[in-house]
Design a protein around this ligand. Structure first.
Ligand SMILES: Cc1cc2nc3c(=O)[nH]c(=O)nc-3n(C[C@H](O)[C@H](O)[C@H](O)COP(=O)(O)OP(=O)(O)OC[C@H]3O[C@@H](n4cnc5c(N)ncnc54)[C@H](O)[C@@H]3O)c2cc1C
Length: 415
């Protein structure tokens, strides 16, 4: 007899596996599908912000990840002219005052195994090509090793990341939204690696940035990415890999990485940053994580939002399954909840990117922030996606800094 799962989830990245964990913990029957076999790599900077760590803690995984990851307590931001600011990562809103860098090869497998330990089932090498509501269930179909396969759930979750093909095929989106493109590689034998994460605007196409995220005392994940509103802009550089190659050749970063060895291929991938206009559901289907465009448009961080949206989705799915109510109103309630969580923050980040992701503005902001602790901490909290930042005050502070830098550049409180 055919098994009907409560929830079938497409994609076992952080969004899919965390959703599976929260559902299985409440006793729902969950099937997790992925086109890959695990452990699998995912092109990423591997940085876990305090937001991500708070959810991983809620899932009971933080202590383990602290052991396997690289713990980072400070951040540096470099302007296009190479001037920098540095500060400790603040513990705000009860979240940890540090970041972790955990290679996705390890993180994603840990999350998936955690969901399986709670009772979720997993099918690898299933490439899903269709998700169709039919009466009181949903059919998820695709292929494994060239053979057609299908699975039935009462509801489905698409957590397939930036892979747009499925959403285009389902008609949930009609064209490729504006995206970021980024590439990363792992480096070893770095001579003068700082013990802070670095966000860098020197030597990268703007609007864009590069990062140096230490993975150990002398090793790092180094990457670069840029925002592309149109296909033309996406091809401004031959590829994000080229943007990274040219970034590691710039004089500033050469001083940091010296004669470091690249120990992995340079890999690139797109990032969906369009949550403010993205759909989040269709009939009997919810979107989670990057499939809903949930990557911070300023920092390119998406693991945190994938995990947070997974918890929000799980709450709604548990309610739907327990009440056997899969009406449109239930799905609209999920959309409303996601918008309440993220819409204002993402609109704010979009606006800031428009205002200051250009060479003169960034140089000026970093110059003034180097003298003013309040502006410096504000920038660092914004980069970390701290939703408690007073947004109106922040926008006005940034605008006033750009308009009247002298008036605002008196040194104040530099504790
Ligand atoms: C270069 C780069 C650097 C980044 N750096 C960071 C960083 O430092 N920190 C951070 O927080 N975020 C970073 N991000 C963003 C982050 O990687 C993503 O936002 C995050 O992985 C999203 O999680 P997810 O679970 O939504 O999707 P994903 O992690 O992309 O997982 C999707 C899963 O779905 C599977 N899948 C896709 N299509 C199908 C299909 N049709 N059938 C079956 N399975 C399918 C895939 O195999 C994959 O396992 C970076 C992204 C890039 C490209």
């Amino acid at each position: 007899m055919e098994t009907i799962y409560d929830v079938v989830i497409v994609g076992a990245g952080p969004g899919g596996s965390a959703t599976a964990y929260y559902l299985a913990r409440e006793g729902l029957s969950v099937l997790l599908l992925d086109k890959a076999d695990f452990p699998r790599d995912k092109t990423c900077g591997d940085g876990l912000t305090p937001r991500a760590l708070a959810i991983l803690d809620d899932m009971g995984l933080l202590d383990h990840l602290v052991e396997v990851g690289c713990r980072i307590t400070g951040m540096e931001i470099y302007g296009p002219n190479g001037q920098s600011i540095a500060a400790p990562i603040p513990a705000s809103n009860g979240r940890p005052g540090y970041m972790l860098v955990v290679p996705r090869l390890a993180l994603d497998n840990t999350l998936r195994e955690h969901a399986l330990a709670r009772g979720a089932q997993f099918e690898p090498r299933v490439h899903v090509t269709d998700v169709k509501a039919q009466g009181d269930s949903v059919l998820v179909s695709g292929e494994r090793s060239g053979q057609p396969v299908s699975f039935t759930g009462r509801v489905a979750v698409i957590a397939a990341g930036a892979n747009l093909r499925l959403l285009l095929r389902l008609g949930m989106i009609s064209e490729t939204p504006p995206t970021m493109v980024a590439a990363r590689a792992y480096y070893d034998d770095i001579d003068v690696l700082s013990d802070r994460v670095q966000f860098r605007f020197d030597g990268v196409p703007l609007p864009g940035y590069a990062w140096v995220f230490p993975t150990g005392q002398r090793s790092a994940n180094i990457g670069a990415g840029y925002f592309a509103r149109s296909k033309r802009e996406r091809t401004r550089f031959a590829s994000p890999q080229d943007a990274l190659r040219s970034f590691v050749e710039t004089s500033h970063i050469k001083d940091v990485i010296g004669r470091a060895r690249r120990v992995s291929p340079v890999k690139g991938y797109p990032l969906r940053v369009d949550f403010t206009t993205a759909p989040t559901f269709s009939e009997r289907v919810l979107l989670v994580g990057e499939a809903a465009g949930l990557v911070n448009p300023l920092s390119g961080e998406g693991v945190d939002y994938a995990l947070e949206s997974a918890r929000v989705a799980a709450d709604h799915l548990i309610g739907m399954v327990q009440s056997a109510d899969f009406s449109r109103a239930r799905f609209e309630a999920y959309d409303r909840d996601l918008r309440e969580h993220f819409q204002a923050l993402f609109e704010f980040c979009d606006r800031l990117r428009g205002l200051f992701f250009n060479r003169p503005a960034l140089n000026l902001l970093i110059k003034v922030a180097a003298m003013r602790n309040d502006l410096k901490m504000l920038l660092i909290r914004i980069v970390l996606g701290d939703h408690t930042v007073p947004r109106r005050v922040a926008i006005s502070k940034v605008i006033r800094t750009l308009l009247w830098p002298r008036r605002l550049s008196k040194p104040v409180d530099v504790r």
